[in-house]
Design a protein around this ligand. Sequence first.
Ligand SMILES: [Zn+2]
Ligand SMILES: [Zn+2]
Length: 717
Amino acid sequence: MALVSVLLPYAFDAAFTYEAREAPPPGAVVTVPLGRRIVHGVVWDDAPEPGIAPARLKTLHAVIATPALPGPLRRFIDWVAQYTMAPRGEVLALALKTGLLDPPAPRAGWAAGAAPSGRITATRQRVLDALATLDRPTTAELAAAAGTGAAVVRGLADAGLLRPAVRDPSVPLPDPDHAPPALSAAQEEAATALRASVAARRFEVTLLEGVTGAGKTEVFCEAIAACLREGRQALVLVPEIALSAQFAARFAARFGAAPALWHSGLTPATRRANYHAVASGAARLVLGARSALFLPFADPGLIVVDEEHEAAYKQEDGVTYHARDMAVVRGRISGCAVILASATPSLESAVNAEAGRYRHITLAARHGGARLPAIEAIDLRAAPPARGRFLSPVLAGALETTLEGGGQAMLFLNRRGYAPLTLCRGCGHRLTCPNCTAWLVEHRRPGHLLCHHCGHAAQAPAKCPDCAAEQSFVPIGPGVERIAEEVAELFPAARTILMASDAITTAEQAEAALRAIVAHEIDLVIGTQMIAKGWHFPDLVLVGVVDADLGLGGGDLRAGERSAQLLHQVAGRAGRGRLPGRVLLQTYAPEHPVMRALIGNDLAGFRRAEADLRAPGHWPPFGRLAALIVSADEAATADAAAAALARTQPRDGVQVLGPAPAPFAMLRGRHRRRLLLRAPRGIAVQPVLRAWLDRARAEGLPRAARIDIDIDPISFL
Ligand SMILES: [Zn+2]
Ligand SMILES: [Zn+2]
């Protein structure tokens, strides 16, 4: 009998030792007994534990006929666990999903049936048009592509215009030479460098920086083409699923075949098919969310992280990893090229580029001759909105001129709902969430007050609980719904649309809205950060930012940086077509460095100023941060745990900030305290944290308190 180490996808850091007649190779997926259950696990590279008493040694149950986890993926899992201080089993759980292990079955799809006789409805025609671009799609896929429901597809089948066609689970092969674009000289130069990086078949990181509209996607598509020519696999990460449909369409046009998708919105059958195609190497181009880093790629040759500065790359629940940073690690372990693309690179990546750790390629001009928009501030101190309004006369006037001239405009406010605060006119009582330290946000649709942190919903009380005044609650400040209301009063004839995650909830709705905006069936778009990124609206000439100061508060380390990135992205929506764009920022602080950087289009200068602020105090990226979040059901328990951590805090060369109540001292009903460890770049924080927790446990850290560790925290809530 042989001994085998098996890592289980649960909160264990150690692999367990089992005995087997014959040891399966590392990476093999197996089933083993755990207590009274039989569970899945993966044979790991650790040496088996010797000397376990035969009576306690359990026998490996079975080897599963499914692709093994390749060595680079196993080393990546070990690395992520070590870095994030999560148990290795929890990281393995990101890669090993038991529902994906069985090989995919052929699926029932549709092909063209009889030719239509006579006229058919526009919706039916859309379905047939969509069918022509897809390979034997399922009912759901076809309906989604045509922006309609399953009933229309079934109706076409009943009429004989569609016929059933079984689809085997293979994925179409993208062709690097299908439709190469005409590149500008600057794009060609960048593409040449990236092609060489991929062809070198070794680890190298390139920061691809280009102003919005510079054609970064076309450039990194050339790197993908080079990867496909090498016969290897390319992975493109996007920060949000909402962006994947648009990207998939662009890739399909460029390479003649849709990419294999990987995100939580896929059907189980598609996930399973794509998982196996990635493992076999058949899926050459994969487009996915951050979890795609944990797929068992057979031969990865390139990883692209688009919009690398996006905070959405940070996984905030469970294993708290930053997908941009882990993509670089994955590339290093797999020995492949990595491209980080952004119009507004993070300070982290910019500093790495400056230090020579990353190569830096810049695309300075917009593609196709489009000019960058002119950005101006509206000083709200000089031109305030009328009472009860939120658009200053200057912005309202610009909107009027644009709409009268037949132009398209957009108003941006990164706040969902109608009003962020509801208070009593009589006594100033504020309506807050019972579970969180947060105000309740009024939503007129569907008509309630909502906590944006825990989802608690309530109606405004008829009587003030403090002063008993009746019907005394008034909304304070604007959300996008309130701006839409003001716009409807100002421009009753304008065709408007509200783009926010609670107004547009499905990918189909987003697609339909997008089509309407691009077709200029909409005059004025009002939206949250949902409209900031990626979208290309050729007729959009005016962008108004309702509250440019909104992101600057809160004392967050990256508030200024993030605000500059977001507003730059929003501004970049304007003037991407033939017409020049104009951007108006409503602000009470036009002299703020963020506003000055935006107006002067000098984000590089802003980054330098940020770097000068952060470097002396060893703030990231010039030092390391780790957050300890203490939480407990009782405030006293949280305080006792925070005190134990404070008493035992490390002192050698590092600094501990706190404990302090977390900005949301109560979240989802739990009391929270925060400590922040700050260390110079040369110090690894993980061993310091481990020793600290050991000391705190020895000094009576209450067991009822939970300690979450967040390495490189992005959110300071
Ligand atoms: Zn009151
Ligand atoms: Zn809440």
